[in-house]
Design a protein around this ligand. Structure first.
Ligand code: ACO
Length: 326
């Protein structure tokens, strides 16, 4: 028994912010950045920022992406029995984003929960859904990654605020006798904690305690990301008895083009087989992999029967890979 991806969906906020737009905004505060620095260090050209006044929230983006995936799969919301939302920017502490999306979708009654593994969240959620579908009794699942990172980035810190964007992506999964997800693995090393990458704020007796913005040791993240992604890709390839060189489409976490290129090279995957949406989306954390996967599906980049490698890494540190026979 396997689980298969039936369809993908995505949602992006309307507002597009280019590097030049951001540089102009920061310049008004006396902070210098420019398109050339951002492009060469990260590969990012623009990102989308949600406008809560237009109703663009983590829940609304997740809902839109899930609806599109369900429509394309040709299945009804009532028919799903599992809904997992990966997010690190929920609209509220509780209820979970998954519960709120479930209500709006019209899927009341199914299992619904959030996964918090930051940028690795979608791979964690996919791995969990795959295991639950194969074990039963669940038969059909929606897995979503949705983020409004613009709420938690410090626009006075040029080393982080240029990196992130908002959006959501979703997949519909179903049990299948034919191979779909061949192998998926997730990992974490909590010793690489909030000093490397974190957002330490929390509720404390009616107040917000701690720092409400993303903080990062960029160089350390870079090093750990490359190591974890390469190791986990080799692990899932070994489990599926294939070579990483045989991957037909590589869908990496879209954090930084330099990380993506370095990982692809180490895995022997040619550049033209790598999906790149980081230029348009920036780093959308848990939404980055399903958004990139959806873009690849829409562009006709995936052939039936092809091997697709999905992977992500984020704070925790947490990381993982999944290998799919499309
Ligand atoms: N514009 C202009 N200059 C900047 C900016 C900016 N936006 N940000 C930093 N700088 C400056 C620094 O102040 C520093 O100046 P100095 O030499 O005068 O002190 C200089 O640029 C170099 O800074 P570094 O931090 O050393 O730059 P580096 O080459 O390491 O690039 C970056 C920084 C892009 C963050 C890199 O470390 C990186 O990609 N790390 C991975 C982090 C990542 O991908 N995070 C995403 C979240 S986690 C995840 O999703 C996996």
């Amino acid at each position: 028994m396997y689980s298969r991806i039936l369809a993908t969906g995505a949602a992006l906020p309307e507002r597009r912010v280019t590097n030049d737009d951001l540089a102009r905004e920061l310049a008004q505060k006396g902070i210098e950045t420019n398109d050339e620095w951002i492009r060469t260090r990260t590969g990012i050209a623009e990102r989308r920022f949600a406008d809560p006044e237009k109703g663009e929230t983590t829940t609304s983006l997740a809902l839109k992406a899930a609806r599109q995936a369900l429509d394309r799969a040709g299945v009804s919301a009532e028919s799903i029995d599992l809904l997992i939302v990966a997010t690190t920017t929920p609209d509220m502490v509780f209820p979970s984003t998954a519960a709120r999306v479930q209500a709006e979708l019209g899927a009341a009654g199914c299992a619904a929960f959030d996964v918090q593994a930051v940028c690795a969240g979608f791979i964690y959620a996919l791995n969990a859904a795959d295991a639950m579908l194969r074990a039963g009794p669940y038969r059909r699942a929606v897995v979503v990654g949705s983020e409004v990172m613009s709420r938690v980035i410090d626009f006075d810190d040029r080393s982080t605020c240029v990196l992130f964007g908002d959006g959501a992506g979703a997949v519909v999964l179903e049990t299948s006798a034919d191979p779909g997800i061949l192998a998926a693995r997730m990992y974490a090393d909590g010793r690489q904690n909030e000093k490397v990458l974190g957002l330490t704020a929390h509720m404390d007796h009616g107040h917000l305690a701690g720092d409400p913005f993303v903080r990062m040791d960029g160089r350390q993240v870079f090093k750990l990301a490359v190591e974890g992604l390469v190791d986990s890709a080799r692990e899932v390839a070994g489990l599926a008895c294939v070579r990483t060189e045989d991957v037909a489409l590589f869908v990496p976490h879209q954090a930084n083009l330099r990380i993506m290129t370095m990982v692809a090279k180490k895995l022997g995957i040619p550049d033209e087989r790598m999906v790149k949406t980081v230029a348009e989306h920036g780093n959308t954390s848990a939404a980055s992999v399903p958004l990139a996967l959806n873009a690849a599906v829409e562009a006709g980049m995936i052939q039936k029967g092809g091997l697709v490698l999905l992977q992500a890494v984020g704070a925790g540190m947490a990381w993982g890979s999944a290998l799919v026979r499309w």
